[in-house]
Design a protein around this ligand. Structure first.
Ligand SMILES: [Zn+2]
Length: 143
């Protein structure tokens, strides 16, 4: 249920100088990850240096937005009032094609139809005027 767009009743992500480019990109409907300018590794969540070679030559570059469900849970109890209307809702871990895993919600699929390994793609959810979330939906046949 789309409530008043002005207030967002759920806990907000903690946006910092480190991860701001990620959130700014989502608002532009772009899905980006950090990439190491030395070894090419990509990772999430954002870090100030490459977790593999410790280089600080880091750039934000577009990512595929595609991945697979590696794990998920379905919440039947609400821990924050903002989620009350969505019970039961899922929280999934998606392994991106680039390697990193992130926690998200799956949309466009019934909770009982979620499967491990399911191919998914990013969708942009404008949760509030200043907050866009990356959610994932099943990928249609033939990529
Ligand atoms: Zn590196």
């Amino acid at each position: 249920m789309a409530a008043n767009k002005g207030d967002y009743p759920k806990p907000r992500p903690a946006i910092s100088a480190l991860n701001r480019p990620y959130w700014d990109a989502l608002r532009r409907r772009e899905f980006v990850l950090q990439r190491c300018g030395e070894c090419g590794m990509r990772w999430y969540p954002p870090a100030p240096l490459c977790p593999r070679c410790w280089s600080r030559r880091i750039e934000w570059t577009p990512a595929s937005g595609r991945g697979r469900v590696s794990s998920w849970v379905v919440f039947h109890q609400s821990y924050f009032r903002g989620f009350d209307a969505e019970i039961p809702y899922n929280v999934a871990e998606v392994e991106l094609e680039e390697g990193p895993r992130l926690l998200t919600n799956l949309v466009g699929v019934r909770n009982e139809e979620i499967r491990s390994g399911m191919e998914v793609e990013v969708v942009f959810d404008d949760a509030a005027p200043d907050l866009t979330l990356a959610k994932f939906r099943p990928r249609r046949a033939s990529a």
